[in-house]
Design a protein around this ligand. Structure first.
Ligand code: HEM
Length: 146
């Protein structure tokens, strides 16, 4: 019985490993923009946990710098949904995308300033604003199946 259970566990693990939606394994079909976004996501999750921790101030400033680098790189890429836009609307679509990335970068600049000035409340408010930037950006530019 133990052997059967072990076999079943293994089989389940393999099925999981091979399933296309599984992101625990390197996904080579990720777009370059998705890779930058994943970088933003990882840093931001860490930052949210420790933003009020004064002993991590330098690290937190570094995390914001790193996030900004990912966004600056991603700004020069086109969202995958660009291909679904009519030819005469593509340029405006990309311009709007860049505008929203720029305003998100500005909010990260403000967050960096708040951290540097030890303004934890302001940092928290800015993190909430950044959550809205993300939601809006994804609503406007990310594929629907995500
Ligand atoms: C500020 C915080 C943000 C975080 C943490 C974040 C996170 C992510 C993550 C994890 C993905 C890949 C996985 C998935 O699709 O869910 C993604 C994809 C994407 N995000 Fe963001 N995002 C942020 C802001 C934005 C903004 C402001 C925009 C647009 C102005 C944007 C546009 C996109 C697009 C277009 C994709 C799909 C990738 C592609 O088209 O190739 N994101 N984002």
């Amino acid at each position: 019985m133990k052997a059967i259970t072990a076999l079943l566990t293994l089989a389940t693990a393999f099925t999981f490993a091979l399933s296309p939606g599984n992101t625990a394994f390197a996904a080579d079909d990720d777009t370059p923009l998705t890779k930058e976004m994943n970088g933003v996501n990882k840093d931001l999750r860490k930052l949210k946990k420790q933003v009020a921790d004064a002993s991590k101030k330098d690290e937190n400033i570094g995390l914001v710098d790193d996030i900004k680098k990912h966004l600056v790189t991603g700004r020069d890429m086109e969202p995958a949904t660009t291909k679904d836009q009519p030819a005469d609307k593509k340029a405006a679509f990309i311009a709007k995308y860049k505008e929203q990335i720029d305003s998100t970068i500005k909010d990260f600049d403000a967050l960096s300033a708040a951290i540097k000035a030890d303004k934890a409340d302001e940092a928290k408010t800015l993190l909430e604003k950044l959550q809205k930037d993300k939601e809006q950006g994804h609503k406007d530019f990310r594929p629907d199946d995500k």
